[in-house]
Design a protein around this ligand. Structure first.
Ligand code: PMP
Length: 460
């Protein structure tokens, strides 16, 4: 038996049936997948797009609001929402309008416009940090913040929580195993030893946190306020406050990455829980789905960043480079869309709609778990909720990982896809957006009920 309590053979019988159904239902996706194999590595434009639960990629024709449509004409209710990239719905009208407005006015010039100033003001007002930078993606924001943190503290070691994900930043690709920091498994082409300047510790472990910081070499703790990438793991009451208190005590910085947890509150968990970070990162939905990332810093950091940049310039011979920034960062299109997003899309009204629906969904999951007497649990935070194959919500990344039952997760996801519902791949996360309805939520619950009923009816 597995962590989920469902037998592997029942899952395989169920999944095989669903794979057949998918292939029969989606002839155009199947044909495009075959064609794609001739020109795209792994048959997809980014290799992980081949890792979904479907036997071949599901090709999308268009998306709007909480729905998308595949090339075979099926409609889907989308609870994945581009894994938060389109948390406020697909192509919100103000973003479509902003794209059209900018389309003929220049997309990138390497120079700022008035939109940049307005965005800076809006970000400062919303998130409480006074100074901002704009990047192309949350990955880049984290990468640059880490450089700044090392520069201003003069310390090199990055501290992260086991099971974290902060984008494809080399330095965070570590895990905690038997008291040691080790490389995350699966890394391709890793040339140098990441454990030299990165340290991984379990989430919610104040003792480990203090011991790791007490070594005195930590430039920063980079963390999400709740882990969201290894299944969801919520902080114990007061844990995030301890992160702030202890980083200060040992002369390390606190970087809060709200790329996913921005779904909790209009000011993120940072505002809601008063986290007072030195740096703050968001990406994904900040420009309404157009590629863009941001990071904010305190006034103290801004001053130290100026000083460290000056010093780096003085120390450099010839043409120096800060090691940060890409050409398309803060391009005119992204800035215009971020402005429209902050002003018209990412509003309190949007959150007021999303949050109760996510609660309805989490309650629905709990109802199903009770009805089928499963030893599963539900973890919820703002507009996200997740069912996990363990009896109580996990407290660490390792506990969350131990509850994985990949074959079951993928079989359930595929069953839902075959019935017009998409949830976030690789774990069981769901998001509600401003266009999601109560009927959409109820449909997911009833389809999941049907899936579980069918699964449990298969002899194990
Ligand atoms: N931070 C967090 C918390 C994330 O979940 C992710 C992506 N899942 C990133 C950063 C990186 O975002 P992107 O891939 O858009 O650069």
């Amino acid at each position: 038996m597995t962590a989920s309590g469902i037998s592997p053979s029942a899952v395989e019988t169920f999944a095989a049936r669903e794979r057949e159904l998918f292939l029969a239902r989606n002839p155009k996706s199947v044909a495009l997948a075959e064609r794609a194999r001739n020109s795209l590595y792994a048959g997809v434009p980014m290799h992980w797009m081949a890792d979904w639960s479907t036997p071949c990629p599901l090709f999308v024709e268009r998306a709007k609001g909480a729905r998308f449509y595949d090339v075979d004409g099926h409609e889907y209710i989308d609870f994945c929402l581009g894994d938060t990239g389109t948390m406020f719905g697909h192509s919100p009208d103000p973003i479509a309008k902003a794209i059209a407005e900018q389309a003929n006015n220049g997309l990138t010039t390497m120079l700022p416009g008035e939109d940049a100033v307005v965005c800076g003001e809006l970000l400062a007002e919303r998130f409480g940090l006074p100074f901002w930078q704009v990047t192309a993606t949350a990955t880049d924001s984290n990468r640059y913040v880490l450089r700044w943190a090392r520069a201003v503290t003069g310390k090199k070691t990055l501290l992260v929580f086991d099971g974290c994900y902060h984008g494809t930043v080399d330095d965070v690709m570590v895990r905690y195993r038997d008291g040691e920091t080790v490389h995350r498994s699966g890394l391709v082409g890793q040339a140098y030893d990441l454990t030299q300047y990165s340290r991984s510790i379990p989430f919610n472990d104040v003792e480990a946190l203090e011991a790791a910081l007490a070594k005195g070499d930590v430039c920063a703790l980079l963390c999400e306020p709740a882990m969201t990438n290894i299944g969801m793991v919520l902080p114990d009451p007061g844990f995030m406050q301890k992160c702030r208190e202890l980083t200060r005590k040992y002369g390390s910085l606190l970087i809060i990455d709200e790329t996913h947890t921005i779904s909790t509150n209009i000011g993120g968990c940072t505002k809601l829980w008063n986290l007072d970070p030195d740096f703050f990162v968001v990406g994904k939905p900040i420009a309404g789905g157009v590629p863009c990332g941001i990071f904010g810093c305190s006034a103290e950091m801004a001053e130290k960043m100026l000083a460290s940049r000056k010093k780096a310039q003085e120390d450099s011979h010839g043409h120096g480079h800060s090691g940060m920034g890409t050409t398309l960062s803060a391009n005119a299109l992204a800035m215009h869309c971020m402005r429209a997003n902050l002003e018209q899309v990412m509003t309190q009204a949007a959150y007021d709609h999303m949050l109760p629906l996510a609660k309805r969904l989490a309650d629905g999951f709990r109802g199903l778990i009770a009805k089928h007497d499963l030893k599963w649990s539900v973890t919820e935070l703002g507009a996200r909720s997740e069912f996990q194959f363990c009896p109580v919500s996990p407290r660490t990344g390792a506990e969350a990982e131990a509850a994985f039952h990949d074959e079951l997760q993928m079989a359930i996801h595929l069953y839902l896809i075959n019935r017009g519902i998409l949830i976030t791949p690789f774990h069981n996360m769901t998001l509600c957006c401003p266009s999601t309805t109560a009927a959409d939520v109820d449909k997911l619950i009833s389809m999941l009920d049907q899936a579980i009923t069918e699964l449990l009816a298969i002899p194990g």
